[in-house]
Design a protein around this ligand. Structure first.
Ligand code: CTP
Ligand code: MG
Length: 232
């Protein structure tokens, strides 16, 4: 199977879902975060263009903020993003938005990649690293970074314990999964999940880690947006 994964020419083998439906409350602007200005373009343009030009990706589905389906379609047209198959309305949570996008994925899909629009600086090398483990018996793979700070568990304003850091990492997106595995994970309860891997882990799936990328910083606050813009 490994030789069929990731841009081997198999039509429709690898689908990318972009979770872009969040409101961006912490960014605090007059529009959803996916349409915040990053340089001259909406934030969403960056990951959309990068996935469009990634040879490992065959098809793209965008989960859009409610009411922003039309601007999302127009953006895909402007970018000549011909891999975009659908722009669906997202849900109330990230997991619901991913579920809505996943419903559009064709039966022929072997691999599904899920990415946050909030992480615009997606590099093809990360996608390449992620696909490796799927050919080696893993059902999923996530990019991770080491945690630099000392971590403490806190309750009611006081430290309860200092958590051993050596086994902890910070998980980013994109995350990749065998299509059947992700579908099974989303067939059950998914609401509290903050990432897709946690659902696959819960269902007993094996998820590998690969080296993440500090430039895949998630834009949460205006300061994050300024930092990512300086890296463009
Ligand atoms: N997301 C989504 N649907 C939701 C909530 C989030 O598709 N209902 C997406 C966001 O668009 C983002 C990613 O999930 O790309 C990570 O979410 P986050 O950074 O929390 O974005 P927002 O929820 O938009 O921001 P905030 O929490 O500040 O409102
Ligand atoms: Mg959020």
């Amino acid at each position: 199977m490994a030789d069929r994964l990731g841009g081997s020419g198999e039509i429709g083998a690898t689908w990318a879902l972009i979770a872009a439906a969040g409101s961006g409350e912490r960014l605090g602007i007059d529009r959803p975060k996916a349409f915040a200005a990053l340089g001259e373009r909406p934030l969403l343009a960056e990951s959309l263009e990068r996935l469009e030009s990634c040879e490992l990706v065959d098809a793209i589905v965008v989960a859009c903020p409610p009411g922003w389906e039309e601007p999302s379609i127009l953006l895909a047209e402007e970018l000549a993003a011909s891999k975009v198959v659908a722009c669906v309305t997202g849900g109330a949570t990230r997991a619901e938005s991913v579920a809505a996008a996943l419903a559009e994925v064709g039966d022929e899909a072997l691999v599904v990649l899920v990415h946050d629009a909030a992480r615009p600086l997606l590099d093809e090398a990360v996608v390449q690293r992620l696909l490796g483990p799927l050919g080696e018996g893993y059902e999923g793979a996530v990019p991770v970074l080491p945690v630099a700070d000392t971590l403490k568990r806190v309750r009611d304003g006081a430290v309860v314990e200092t958590v051993a850091r050596d086994e902890l990492v910070a998980a980013q997106t994109p995350q990749v999964f065998l299509a059947d595995t992700l579908r099974r994970a989303f067939a059950g309860e998914f609401d509290g999940a903050t990432d897709c891997a946690s659902l696959v882990e819960r269902a007993g799936g094996r998820v590998a880690v690969v080296e993440g990328d500090p430039k895949l910083l998630k834009v949460t606050t205006p300061a994050d947006l300024a930092l990512v813009e300086s890296w463009l």
